[in-house]
Design a protein around this ligand. Structure first.
Ligand code: COA
Length: 327
């Protein structure tokens, strides 16, 4: 399937990879490649049991706001990538290639298609999360116009507090009409942080696929904050974990207080659904929010770097209370 080109010293596949929409039929293999690619990179001893408690392929493929791509060589799936549409903001991942076939331009082909997708959507701010210590990863993304900016810390804390001051409002518990109103309010909150940032599809698909729930925190002027959370096996969180996939607080004078209330709500959700840990991704550009997580006892489990297309800061700036990690 491959040939070595002695003249250039670089290995290239005999045939170029074909990149197209990832098919339902290929999802089990895509999921296996994701586990094996990351497991190999991280040097885990047993690939067969690595990340069997979490899913990226099926959930993202089924999400209407995600475009999933597969790379094939001679008809066989060898890698995949997922582009996520949050309105004016987009990110991609997990990008993976079969370990045996890496360094032959397969990720490059997948990335080229992914970037076309963001162009087609007209995404204004595009980013990704990657391994800060890997020259290869940084170089690969740099070739597509991404710049390494702040570190993103994936921070964990035990879930203990079951109570919040005002009770726990869960999106799933609302009636249909209330859910529509809540989605509009979540758009307003996100809009206060970055024009056009829209998590409605993420909230809907999390609920529809049973991957988790969204907590809503009310304030004096309407919805003050919300967080889309995944929890448990088959979601992106994994066993025993409530992952805050995206959390945001309405910009304004009460933002810091509302952020603490949002953390209370996420923790209460974790307790309610039997998850002993909360995991939150924090871009260190959000310096106040990062400090508050540390003060609340969150400790960094994994650290990576956010890369932004054209070095555009987007919403990664001080004074913004957002939790997300773009994985
Ligand atoms: C990251 C990953 C997707 C890359 O896939 P790949 O098919 O090996 O990547 P490609 O061969 O298309 O591109 C790698 C590029 O990096 C370049 N590169 C590699 N090491 C480099 C270095 N130290 N400095 C500069 N460039 C480097 C290669 O030359 C190549 O560029 P080229 O195509 O212009 O020659 C793959 O290694 C993988 O699946 N890793 C495990 C999972 C993972 O980490 N996913 C990404 C998470 S953000």
């Amino acid at each position: 399937m491959t040939n070595d080109t002695a003249s250039t010293g670089t290995k290239r596949p005999a045939s170029e990879p074909a990149v197209a929409a990832l098919t339902e039929k290929n999802l089990p293999e895509a999921a296996r490649i994701i586990r094996f690619a990351f497991g190999t990179f991280l040097g885990v001893p047993d690939l067969d049991t690595f990340w069997t408690d979490r899913d990226y392929a099926f959930g993202r493929h089924r999400a209407p706001h995600v475009a999933a791509f597969g790379a094939t060589l001679d008809g066989k799936l060898v890698g995949s990538n997922f582009a996520i549409n949050w309105g004016s903001v987009g990110f991609f991942g997990p990008l993976t290639v079969l370990p045996d076939l890496q360094e032959r331009g397969i990720a490059r082909a997948l990335l080229a298609r992914t970037m076309e997708q963001f162009d087609a959507w007209g995404t204004r701010h595009v980013g990704l999360f990657t391994f800060a210590q890997s020259p290869k990863h940084i170089a690969l993304y740099q070739k597509h116009g991404f710049y390494a900016r702040f570190l993103t810390a994936l921070m964990a804390a035990p879930a203990r507090r079951a109570q919040t001051q005002t009770g726990l409002t869960r999106f799933s518990a609302l009636k249909k009409t209330q859910q529509e109103a809540a989605l509009r309010s979540c758009r307003d909150v996100a809009e206060s942080i970055y024009p056009g940032l829209d998590l409605a599809a993420e909230i809907r698909t999390t609920q529809a696929q049973g991957l988790g729930d969204t907590v809503l925190v009310e304030g004096a002027g309407g919805l003050a904050a919300f967080a889309v959370c995944h929890y448990g096996p088959k979601s992106e969180a994994g066993a025993d974990t409530c992952l805050i996939k995206f959390g945001a607080v309405r910009d304004g004078p009460s933002a810091e207080r509302d952020f603490l209330r949002l953390l209370d709500a996420c923790e209460a959700l974790a307790v309610a659904v039997g998850m002993p840990n909360v995991l939150a991704g924090m871009n260190m550009a959000h310096e106040q929010a990062y400090r508050l997580l540390i003060e609340r006892g969150f400790r960094t489990a994994i650290q990576g770097v956010a890369m932004h297309k054209d070095n555009d800061p987007g919403y990664c700036r001080p004074g913004v209370y957002v939790i997300d990690d773009w994985r």
